[in-house]
Every structure is written in C-alpha cells, then in structure tokens.
Design a protein around this ligand. Structure first.
Ligand SMILES: Nc1ncnc2c1ncn2[C@@H]1O[C@H](COP(=O)(O)OP(=O)(O)OP(=O)(O)O)[C@@H](O)[C@H]1O
Ligand SMILES: [Mg+2]
Length: 593
C-alpha cells in the first residue's frame, strides 16, 4: 500500500453525487421541527420586509396627494408593527438556525469519529494523520455556514423572490417582463463560473489537507527536527505548501468575486433600462409611487438572486468538502462482525496458526505458510531479527489484520467467528509503540478496564512491583501526564502500559517488547512480580533482549516471516542454530560489558 505523504495529492475516489445529498438529508430530517420554526420566522421576516414598499406606494400615491392623515396614520402604524415583528423574528430565527446547524454538525462529527474508530489499521497506514484530522475538524466546521444560514436563507430567498415578482406583476406587468429578461443572462454566467470553480475548490481541499498533514507531522517530529537542525528545510517545504494553498485560494476568490459584480451590474443595467423605458416609451405615465415601489421590489427580487449566487458559491465549496467527509463514510472496515459472529469465551487459551499466509501489500509475501500450536497457559517467546514478522504475528492474533490464507484459532475456534469486541476483550496486547494518553497515571491504567476501581489498580501495580515507582512520581497515581507523555521516560511509559494491559486480566497476553527500555534491576523485580500473574494465561513475549524471556516455556525463532526454530531453551541450544548464535552473542556481550 502506497504511503500517502503530505506532498502526495489525495485523489478523490467518488465525486459528489445525489447519494451524498441523501446522506446529508438523513442528518437534517430529525430536526425538521426546528427547521420549520426557523423557516416560519424567516418567512415572516420576508413578508414583513416586503409589505413596506407597498405601504410607501400607498402613502406616496394615495395618502399624501389626498392629504388623508387618518390613512397615513394607519399606514405608519402598520409599518411600525411590521418593523417590530421583523426585529423579533430576526433575533429568534438566528438563534434557532444556529442551534439547528450546530446540532446537525455535532451528529455528523460524532458519526464520523465513530466510523473512524471502526476502520481497520490499514486505513490509518495509508494516509497521514493530518489528512484525517482536517475532515473531522475543518471540513465539518465549514459546513456550518451552509447548514445554519445557507439552507434556510435559500428557501426564504426563493419565497422572497416569488413574492417580489408577484408584487411586481401586480404593479406593472410590462416592467416586470422587461426586468425578468435579465434572469437567463445571470443563469448563463453562473453556469460558466461553476464549470471553473468546482475543480478549483476540489484542488483547494487537496492542498489544504497536504498542508495540515505536513504541520501535524512536523509537530509530532519536533525533537527530531531540532536534533537534525532541519528547520530551514522544513520552512521551505512549509512555504511551498502554503503558497500552493494561497495560489489556489486566490484563484478561487477571483472566480467567486465574478458572481457578485456580474449580478449587480446586470441589475443596475435593468434599473436604468426601466427608467429609460418609462421616459421614452411610456412617456412618464407610470405613477411615481408605482415606479418607486417597483424599483424597490426589483431590488428585493434581485437581492435573493444575488444571495442564491452566493449560496451557490458556498454550495460548491461545501460539496467538495461533503465529498471528502462522505468518502470516509464510504470506507468500509476491512475487519467487521458478520451475522454469524458470536461472543465466544476463551476457556483454555490454546493458540494455533494453521497454514497462515499474510502480507501488508499485494506485491510481497511476509508470513509464509506458518503453522504452530501453543498449549493453554504456556509462555512463548518470539525472537528473531528486526523486520522478521514478530509484531505481525501479534497483529494477526489480535485480528488487527486478517490472514490472506489459512486460519488463526483460539481454543480451536477460528478468530473470524468471534465478535471483534469479544475477541479483543479476552486478549491483552501491549503494543511495541507504547501509547500514553493525556490524563492521570490512574486514568491511563484504567484504560485497560474502565470499570476497575482505584483499589484494583493499586493492587495490580503492587503485584507487578511498580507501586513504589508510581508513588515516586510527583502526585503518585494522580500525576497528570500530558499528551505524548514527554515527562515520562520510555521505561516508565512501558511500566504504565504494562499495568494497563494486565488490569484487563486477559486470557491471552501478548507483550511486544514490553520491557525493552526498562533497566535490568527493575526488570528483574518486574519479572518476579509477573510470574504469578502469567500463570493462568497463554502469553507471547516478543523480545530482542533474551533476559526478558528467561521464564518462557518455549521459544519461537522467527526469520523472514517463517518459524526457523521452535522448542525449549535447552532444545534450541542443543541445536546450535540461529537461537544458539543469538544467545551466545548476547551472553558474550554481557560478559564484555
Ligand atoms: N503496517 C504495515 N504496513 C506495511 N508493512 C509493514 C507494516 N508493519 C510492518 N510492516 C513490514 O512487515 C515486516 C515485518 O514487520 P514486523 O513489525 O512484524 O517486524 P518485527 O519482527 O516485529 O520487527 P522488530 O523486531 O523490529 O519489531 C517488515 O518488513 C515491515 O516493514
Ligand atoms: Mg516488532
């Protein structure tokens, strides 16, 4: 699988289609009540706004010429009432819409996050973190405008447009026909702009996500950057990626900017045309009040057209982001429960690989026809050179990846028959790259079993002989660890991580280089504590340092994705093979050190 680097543009697998709108509608429909209330308030606003020009017309053409004070007073009262209602509706509409939009975004973000958690490690292997992050945070945020204002404004704009046209027809049919001639022109301009704008916004998203991917990588690798003094090189890359974003952004803004002026110029042109036609062809026969109200309604008609043009801009941008968001939803987990998956208890704890073949990509073969059987409650050590496939074996037992051929069996049952949650709850895997979350030491250990009490945690730490170490931290179990846990040494992180794995009390335990960074004195103490804890479970210990695997009942020497040697320490020593060489070389090293 090709690694998707920050400077590799992500090709969109599925362009925006109707299905995406349907998916989005699924999020909107549960809140249709809020949508209708907002819509109602908005329509009331539009209506109140729209009767005002007609009131002016009545005042100019009827009340003032006839000096009808009573009528003028009534018109003013209606005007005032309309304004009060208008202000009230605007305030409440904004609040409702904000609530409506934000609730939808929260639901969408939650589903996206849940879906991301369900995806298999392959998904994360194939793209930088930043490119995932930008979808959950930036793209969803940018839909906010569309959902809070855009959608309702659009409906209201259409209604305002229709009401305005209605009033225009009522005031003067001839002028209305002249005014409407401009509409096809606007539609043509918008269509042309759309043709260029869509690919630009898609490219902008791609460049944005490259940029975020690079920054995320740089933050994660800050110490290495400083150690190798590569800041200048990185600033150059940063400038290049940032320029890419700015260039495309500017191009896109220039295009966006064409929409408004085009529409505005056309509208000004039409207004002038109306005045000219009135003077030349209608001989100024149109009453001043009618002309003034008509022009006002024409602006009212034109303003929604411009808003729709604007909405259209946001829609094009939003569409390209919706594509990216729903692209994640379209991504299916490679490992999932089927209707036949069951909750299965691992009672004994035997582990078997039967003719297992596996590789991370199609081009190479890693695990080749591997067969082994581990008895319940045995402790097996996996040793072998770097890149031999030890962690891969752990990945396959945990079903982070599925075998391509063959079977992995626990208690004689293929792991594919287990519900994933049921399988993982009975396995305890301490990964090679120790992860510590932000929170207290206690929180981090409890991550292994959320219902564990403080006493349970302290008990396991005492059994592991790490209680004193934890008490020696600033606030003992309540010591707060920041993201990345830079305040802890690697060995300390491993100890906390090991406690987290053991608190879950798994039937099958996999420790991948669990103590590689722990000093030999602490390790000896730890191993003493671990012995009783490993008694009633099948354990795989992966280690380069052979002192770690002293207590293993059998040793499996992995080389090039195959088992080269398998047996007890004595058996393998007598064989004088790869394990013998490894053991003797480490002993020699120990003697000389
Ligand atoms: N997620 C992955 N995607 C693609 N290739 C991978 C992935 N993980 C490991 N590999 C490759 O698979 C091979 C075996 O890796 P594995 O991590 O199993 O080795 P290992 O025996 O655990 O090595 P080490 O002792 O260094 O931890 C290596 O060549 C490695 O590059
Ligand atoms: Mg490994």
């Amino acid at each position: 699988m090709a690694k998707n680097k920050y400077d590799v543009d992500e090709v969109l697998t599925k362009e925006f289609h109707k299905g995406h709108l349907k998916q989005l509608l699924k999020y909107i429909l549960p809140y249709k009540k809020s949508l209708f209330i907002s819509l109602f308030l908005m329509l009331l606003c539009s209506f109140m706004g729209l009767i005002c020009p007609y009131l002016s017309k009545l005042a100019i053409d009827t009340a003032i010429p006839n000096k009808d004070i009573k009528f003028l007073f009534i018109l003013s009262a209606i005007f005032l009432f309309a304004m009060i209602i208008l202000r009230f509706c605007i305030k409440h509409r904004v609040l409702y819409m904000e609530n409506f939009g934000q609730t939808i975004l929260t639901d969408l973000r939650k589903d996206l996050f849940t879906h991301l958690q369900s995806l298999s490690p392959n998904y994360y292997d194939s793209r930088p973190d930043g490119k995932i992050l930008i979808r959950v945070v930036n793209y969803i945020n940018s839909l906010s405008n569309l959902l809070t204002n855009g959608l309702i404004d659009l409906i209201c704009d259409i209604v305002t447009l229709l009401i305005s046209v209605g009033f225009m027809f009522y005031l003067d049919i001839r002028l209305t026909i002249i005014a409407l001639i401009s509409v096809p022109l606007v539609i043509t301009i918008l269509t042309i702009i759309k043709k260029f704008q869509r690919p630009l916004t898609q490219t902008l998203n791609i460049k944005d996500s490259n940029f975020v991917a690079f920054i995320t990588e740089q933050i994660n690798g800050l110490k290495v950057i400083k150690a190798f003094v590569t800041q200048n090189r990185n600033i150059n890359i940063f400038n290049k990626l940032s320029t890419d974003v700015v260039d495309i952004s500017l191009k896109s803004s220039k295009l966006n900017f064409l929409v408004w002026p085009s529409v505005e110029n056309i509208s000004v042109f039409v207004v002038s045309l109306i005045y000219i036609i009135d003077v030349i062809y209608f001989d100024c026969s149109i009453k001043l009040g009618v002309l003034s109200a008509f022009i006002t309604y024409f602006w009212c008609f034109w303003s929604p057209i411009m808003n729709i043009g604007n909405f259209y801009n946001s829609l094009v941008i939003a569409m390209s982001q919706i594509e990216r968001i729903f692209e994640v939803f379209d991504e299916k987990p490679l490992i999932y429960d089927t209707d036949d998956s069951k909750d299965i208890d691992i009672n004994e704890g035997s582990v078997e690989f039967r003719n297992v073949n596996f590789s991370y990509d199609e081009d190479t073969s890693l695990i080749k026809d591997m067969n082994f059987f581990v008895n319940p409650n045995e402790t097996i050590a996996l040793v072998g050179p770097t890149g031999a496939g030890k962690t891969t074996i752990a990945n396959l037992i945990s079903r982070f990846y599925d075998v391509h051929l063959g079977e992995v069996l626990l208690d004689g049952v293929n792991i594919k028959e287990f519900k994933i949650e049921s399988l993982r709850k009975q396995l305890g895997v301490m990964l090679q790259d120790t992860t510590i979350f932000s929170g207290t030491v206690m929180d981090n250990i409890r991550y292994g079993k959320l219902e564990a009490s403080d006493e349970d945690i302290i008990k396991i730490c005492k059994l592991m002989n790490i209680h004193d170490f934890i008490l020696s931290l600033k606030d003992g179990y309540n010591t707060v660890i920041n993201e990345g846990a830079s305040e802890l040494s690697l060995g300390q992180k491993q100890l906390i991580s090991l406690a987290r794995t053991l608190i879950a009390d798994p039937k099958i335990l996999i420790l991948d280089e669990a103590t590689s960074n722990i000093d030999t004195k602490t390790e000896t103490l730890l191993q003493k504590g671990l012995q009783p804890l490993l008694k009633n479970r099948t354990t795989f210990i992966i280690a380069h340092r052979l002192s770690t695997i002293k207590e293993a009942s059998k040793i499996m020497y992995i080389s090039n994705g195959s088992i080269l040697e398998f047996g007890t320490h004595e058996e393998l020593m007598n064989k004088h093979g790869a394990y013998y060489n490894l053991y003797t070389s480490q002993n020699m090293n120990l003697q000389y050190s």
